[in-house]
Write a protein that binds this ligand. Structure first.
Ligand SMILES: Cc1ncc(COP(=O)(O)O)c(C=O)c1O
Length: 325
């Protein structure tokens, strides 16, 4: 183990993150189990990517068959990605009927930001003060520190009932947090930063899954739209049946204009994407000419489809025991 650790530090750097004081050396995964070389197994209560299980046979077979048949970039006609886009958007709320595919949650966040700004002509984005949406230069700005450094970002305290802004009824609390959204929009106007929208995880996963005051998300989406912005819901953690609904925004009770997806979408294959209202996707495509070498590929389509098959055939949504909030 020490040799492996030393080699890792030498090759990847001392600060490469590692779990546990006694690091675990996993050599195989199967379903909910992770195995050490000795055969010792661990139930995987942590990973949020293989939501259909490690080394899922249906996903592995789809990956193998497609990789052995064809895998090209997206500048060719191919039915697979269209079938997948149709099926995936069909699972979303009605207006979110057009898709953009990419490879990571960070890229999906970038696309969502570009889309919101292209569609509104604005720049200003509101986020929460404790979220995480990815690690590119622009997406990192969607944070408390980013807001302090960038005139185009405002971070509001994330809505919660555990340590609320002040002691108040749930309805009053929701209004207090909504006031922060209104204040951020007013602040953009005062500083002549045209408003583009708001970017939040539908269930505030990285904020710690707080108890969100009822009505906040729907209220925020309404305020944002009234001010000419669009509401972006990050479903990278919240999506794909994890909260007892297909999408976290269903659990939180609102419909966004743009959603970002990733993590479980490809069960380990880098597959992420954005679904949005058609006119938003069209403006984005017109203004950016977006292309991504590994995205919208036959391989992504085959694997993404196998994940949806697995979720549906095993009725994993039906098996979700507890609904969040
Ligand atoms: C809510 C959320 N959005 C976006 C991302 C970024 O995804 P990726 O690591 O695939 O770039 C993460 C990653 O942890 C996340 O938790």
């Amino acid at each position: 183990m020490n040799t492996l650790l030393e080699r890792r530090q030498r090759l990847l750097g001392q600060r490469m993150p590692l779990f546990y004081a006694e690091p675990v050396h996993i050599v195989r995964g199967e379903g909910v189990w992770l195995y050490e070389a000795s055969g010792k197994r661990y139930m995987d209560m942590y990973n949020n990517v293989p939501c259909v299980g490690h080394a899922n046979p249906r996903v592995v077979a789809a990956m193998q068959t497609q990789a052995g048949t064809l895998n090209v970039h997206s500048r060719y006609l191919h039915e697979g990605i269209l079938d997948y886009a149709e099926r995936l958007t069909g699972l979303h709320a009605e207006p979110l009927s057009r898709a953009v595919f990419c490879c990571t949650g960070t890229e999906a966040s970038e696309i969502a930001l570009l889309m919101a700004r292209a569609a509104t002509g604005g720049r200003g984005i509101i986020c929460s003060d404790a979220g995480y949406h990815g690690n590119s230069t622009e997406v990192r700005r969607l944070s408390r520190r980013g807001a302090a450094e960038s005139p185009e970002i405002r971070a509001i305290p994330y809505p919660q009932r555990y340590r609320p802004l002040e002691s108040a009824s749930e309805a009053e609390l929701s209004e207090l947090y909504l006031d922060r959204v209104r204040q951020a929009i007013a602040d953009f106007a005062e500083h002549e930063v045209p408003f583009a929208g708001m970017f939040l995880c539908s269930l505030l996963f990285n904020e710690g899954l707080p108890d969100i005051p009822a009505g906040f998300m729907a209220g925020a989406a309404e305020i944002v739209r009234e001010a000419g912005g669009v509401f972006i819901a990050d479903e990278v953690q919240a999506g794909f049946c994890r909260s007892g609904n297909w999408w976290g925004y269903e659990t939180s009770g609102f419909v966004p204009d743009i959603v970002t997806m990733g993590k479980p979408m490809g069960a380990g294959l880098p597959l992420a994407g954005v679904a949005a209202r058609p006119e938003l996707v069209d403006v984005f495509r017109d203004k950016t000419g977006y292309f991504n070498t590994f995205a919208s590929s036959p391989l992504q389509a085959a694997v993404g489809t196998a994940v949806l098959d697995e979720l549906e055939h095993r009725d994993l949504l039906g098996n979700t025991i507890a609904q969040c909030p």
